[in-house]
Design a binder for this molecule. Structure first.
Ligand SMILES: Nc1ncnc2c1ncn2[C@@H]1O[C@H](COP(=O)(O)OP(=O)(O)OP(=O)(O)O)[C@@H](O)[C@H]1O
Ligand SMILES: [Mg+2]
Length: 318
């Protein structure tokens, strides 16, 4: 639905985005994750047709954003970093204004205004002035504006920035509810955002793609080995030795202990799931198994790994 190919954007001597290629599939929510200055907003401005690329192409729903800008824009809703809301307008006036700009009029406009107000939970403030709304409401009005012409594609630049925790949860739920019907790309430099809302992540750093994948894939790729946490009630030394003898297990470390239970961190070869064997070993010896789970790197750790230069591992496949 969105195809970005070899996209480069320079501002004078500054290379903001360099040879970026990725796709967003229909109905998918893709997270665009990167630190400040990574090139997220720049990429989004090119996708939405607000900035011409220096090199490369972007297609939205099959339409080239440079060659067929009207066709592409008709299918795109954009929530910029700073929502373009006019404080003196009422919500209704603003949505009508945004709708007309996008070629929605008459009875259809009324219908769409009702629909997006409902979807974005702003129905109760439609007659209020935007300037007097809370930040969370204003953000939802911004989303309603992006949806007014029922676009296939939604481009949301940091949609939860500056919101309080409750508003963040509400906005995430709203975005999730839009998936499927719409194809969504959202940018963020906040990690929980992508794991909570997105199926796939593109990590961008210094204008270049650092990695692409599901949060789970990124974890596996970076970790290099699988880690299993197992909590057992039993003789510590024997338990450790028995797990160490399991095929594929490289290392067993004592993680923590309390109330007579010990948790071990079991490192196994990459792509080797030793959980079943670990469980069998424990139960066979009639020790008590309390918990068994894989322990991935947190997204926080992945993000740091991907965006810290000296740790720059093999660049991930795109
Ligand atoms: N209009 C501009 N003129 C010159 N340089 C710019 C312009 N806009 C952005 N840049 C530069 O391009 C790079 C990428 O900026 P961009 O705004 O795309 O990053 P970002 O990932 O959106 O960052 P943030 O998380 O802070 O919003 C930065 O180095 C920035 O200074
Ligand atoms: Mg930005």
């Amino acid at each position: 639905m969105i195809e970005v190919e070899g996209l480069t954007k320079r501002y004078g001597p500054t290379v903001a985005v360099s040879d970026v290629t990725f796709q967003v599939r229909k109905g998918e929510v893709l997270g665009f994750l990167g630190p400040n200055g990574a090139g997220k907003t720049t990429t989004m401005r090119v996708i939405t047709g607000y900035l011409p690329p220096t090199a490369g192409t972007v297609r939205v729903a099959g339409f080239d954003v440079v060659e067929q800008p009207l066709e592409a824009k008709r299918r795109t809703g954009y929530l910029p970093e700073l929502p373009p809301v006019y404080p003196d307008m009422t919500v209704d006036e603003y949505l009508a204004f945004a709708g007309r700009i996008k070629g929605v009029a008459g009875a259809e406009l009324k219908k769409r205004m009702d629909a997006v107000s409902e979807t974005c939970a702003v129905s109760d403030v439609r007659r209020r002035q935007i300037g007097k709304l809370s930040k969370g409401y204003r953000q939802r009005v911004g989303l309603a504006q992006a949806l007014i012409h029922n676009p296939d594609v939604l481009v949301l630049d940091e949609p939860t920035a500056g919101l309080d925790p409750k508003q963040i949860i509400e906005t995430r739920q709203l975005i999730k509810s839009l998936a499927g019907q719409h194809t969504v790309i959202l940018s963020t430099h906040i990690l929980p955002e992508v794991s909570k809302t997105c199926e796939r992540v593109v990590v961008i750093n210094g204008g270049k793609i650092a990695a692409v994948g599901t949060p789970e894939e990124l974890t596996r790729r970076l970790q290099g080995f699988e880690t299993v946490l197992v909590t057992v009630e039993g003789p510590e030394k024997e338990v450790k030795e028995k797990i160490e003898r399991i095929e594929g297990v490289n290392l067993v470390e004592r993680h923590e202990a309390s109330d007579g239970r010990v948790t071990f961190e079991v490192h196994a070869a990459k792509d080797k799931d030793v959980r079943a064997e670990v469980a069998r070993a424990v139960v066979e010896s009639q020790w008590k198994l309390f918990e068994l789970k894989t322990s991935g790197l947190s997204l926080e750790e992945i993000f740091l790994k991907l965006t810290t230069k000296d740790l720059g591992e093999e660049p991930a496949a795109t």
